[in-house]
Write a protein that binds this ligand. Structure first.
Ligand SMILES: *Cc1c(COP(=O)(O)O)cnc(C)c1O
Length: 196
């Protein structure tokens, strides 16, 4: 199990302090801030993940350095990331973001849509899909969240049988990480709770 420190709340100055404390695995959700922090802090011994909604025209800010893109929420976006990764001669690790609750305000692919034609997601030359990511709705009850996370664990187990390199399940934030860990999360994304 790993945990990426969701560092989106910190400006560059605060972020440098966190690095000094010994943290070295971060998740950012805004591409420009990601770029600015990378320029200042670098990626020597530090892993940078991207966890937020990624606009196609901003892939360029992260593509050279990113460790893992959690938020591949459409096939179109995957194609564009693949293209940019190829241009930079990289093979980038990615997670498919699943909209497990079908909440309208969230992006992500529905489980049944993914299962209908999953092969295309795994056939990209320069993006390796190593797992799934999801977010539970803010208003969901514990039981509902538990249900959603169970579905995600089933999905991951099913596809890890087909693709043995598919090992990651990114789910769980400050409010629901315990439920996520119970349901097999391999990466939790904790922000507000770490430094309150
Ligand atoms: C902000 C954010 C988190 C962390 O949320 P906290 O509630 O602060 O722990 C996790 N994942 C994503 C995608 C986020 O944008």
């Amino acid at each position: 199990m790993g945990g990426s420190v969701v560092s989106k709340y910190f400006d560059i100055c605060q972020h440098k302090e966190i690095v000094k404390m010994g943290y070295n695995y971060f998740g950012e959700n805004r591409a420009q801030l990601y770029r600015d922090k990378l320029n200042e802090i670098g990626n020597n011994g530090i892993k940078w993940d991207f966890i937020g909604r990624l606009q196609k025209n901003k892939i360029k800010y992260i593509i050279e350095s990113v460790n893992l893109i959690h938020s591949i929420d459409s096939y179109d976006l995957l194609l564009e990331i693949n293209k940019k990764a190829a241009e930079h001669g990289r093979i980038v690790n990615g997670l498919i973001q699943i909209n497990v609750s079908k909440e309208e305000s969230k992006t992500g692919i529905y489980i049944e849509d993914f299962e209908k034609d999953y092969e295309k997601y795994f056939s990209q030359s320069n993006v390796k899909i190593i797992g799934f990511m999801t977010m539970a709705p803010f208003s969901a009850t514990t039981d509902e969240i538990d249900n959603y996370f169970k579905k995600m664990q089933e999905l991951k187990e099913k596809f890890s049988k087909k693709y043995d390199y598919l090992t990651e399940l990114s789910m769980g934030m400050s409010n629901d990480y315990k439920i996520a860990l119970k349901n097999g999360a391999t990466i939790i994304r904790i922000g507000s709770k770490l430094f309150e």
